[in-house]
Design a protein around this ligand. Structure first.
Ligand code: 4NP
Length: 157
């Protein structure tokens, strides 16, 4: 199962989601059932490492995202990935608009966290450190639901 996390810049939310997903899958599942990647709809930060605030907030929870580099969502992604997960409604609309007919299922990440009060992972870029903690709370909570539900094909959601 190939899963791509997508946000706007690919320097805060989606690299954190990729890191949290990889760390939790390794710890909980001990299998290579999943391949994870992340991308941004925007191109401004392509080639950049994640935002230092995201790197340190992840590190404090035992997740190393320092080696990641941002990239923009590509047309191939719609054919390469089984599941493309957007952080917010704006990302979802933009991803859907760009889909040129690939077979990937495209959804909000928090569709997989039905007990969460939030439907979107808010963009922490312009805010303070508490935004990064809130982001990580939402991401950690979402991954358990994601793994539970993608033990079977994602279309069964
Ligand atoms: P992200 O946050 O989408 O979670 O990576 C952002 C990072 C950069 C910008 C916007 C959002 N930006 O406008 O540069």
């Amino acid at each position: 199962m190939r899963i791509l996390f997508v946000c706007l810049g690919n320097i805060c939310r989606s690299p954190s989601a990729e890191g949290v997903a990889r760390a939790r899958a390794a710890a909980l599942l001990k299998s290579d059932h999943y391949v994870f990647d992340s991308a941004g709809t925007g191109e401004w930060h392509a080639g950049d490492p994640p935002d230092p605030r995201a790197v340190s907030a992840c590190a404090a929870r035992g997740v190393d995202i320092s080696g990641q580099r941002a990239r923009q969502l590509s047309n191939d992604d719609f054919r390469t990935f089984d599941l493309i997960l957007a952080m917010d409604q704006s990302n979802l609309s933009e991803i859907t608009r760009r889909n040129t007919g690939g077979s990937a299922t495209i959804r909000l990440l928090l569709d997989y966290a039905p007990h969460s009060a939030n439907r979107e992972v808010p963009d922490p870029y312009y805010g303070g450190d508490d935004g990064f903690e809130h982001m990580l709370d939402l991401l950690e909570n979402a991954m358990d639901g994601l793994f539970e539900r993608t033990g079977r094909p994602p279309r069964a959601l």
